[in-house]
Design a protein around this ligand. Structure first.
Ligand SMILES: Nc1ncnc2c1ncn2[C@@H]1O[C@H](COP(=O)(O)OP(=O)(O)OP(=O)(O)O)[C@@H](O)[C@H]1O
Ligand SMILES: [Mg+2]
Length: 159
């Protein structure tokens, strides 16, 4: 997997890295986000949503599991952004109940998945993967690795 590494020293810098990354996303794309509790996955999602001019407040879907926002592509065309947090899911049955496969298959939405480790094999499709690491003793510093899994290509530009 090819990957790019960025460093961030603040929430705002993480938003900026995320917004720059978002310029490559298109309808249908899937992005998985890994990192420990409080690493900054939801902040990264906020940066992506701000790139797409989402007007709603982007909050963590830890309890709702799925939040759906409406944003706009650069062309002005509306796009749905599906933000999923699988942290609380425990069984395959729960994955079925929330319809994860169906959400992932949506061709017209951008899907952002926190805690993909809980997806139990549902994430075989090509996708981008973002890994956010905290560094010992450095409260606000993060390392952000962005990679492409499967046939997803890091270089493509938004249509
Ligand atoms: N460089 C940074 N980038 C992102 N967030 C940072 C940074 N420095 C400090 N923070 C803080 O870290 C926290 C990240 O919270 P966030 O909800 O994004 O984590 P998360 O990875 O989504 O956690 P969870 O697994 O619980 O959903 C926020 O309180 C944010 O202000
Ligand atoms: Mg989160």
């Amino acid at each position: 997997m090819e990957s790019e590494i960025y460093s961030s020293t603040s929430e705002d810098e993480t938003h900026a890295v995320a917004a720059q990354f978002a310029s490559r996303l298109n309808k249908g794309d899937i992005v998985t986000l890994s990192g420990e509790l409080g690493a900054g996955k939801t902040e990264f999602v906020r940066g992506i949503c701000s790139y797409f001019d989402v007007e709603d407040i982007v909050s963590s879907p830890t309890f709702s599991i799925i939040n759906v926002y409406t944003g706009r592509l650069r062309s002005g065309e509306p796009v749905r952004i599906v933000h999923v947090d699988l942290y609380r899911l425990k069984t395959k049955h729960e994955l079925k109940t929330i319809g994860l496969e169906e959400w992932l298959a949506l061709p017209d939405a951008i899907k952002l998945i926190e805690w993909p480790e809980k997806a139990n094999g549902c994430l075989s499709r090509q996708h981008y993967h973002v890994e956010i690491r905290t560094l010992p003793g450095m409260d606000d510093r993060r390392q952000i690795c962005i990679g492409a899994v499967g046939a997803a290509c890091l270089g493509h530009a938004q249509k």
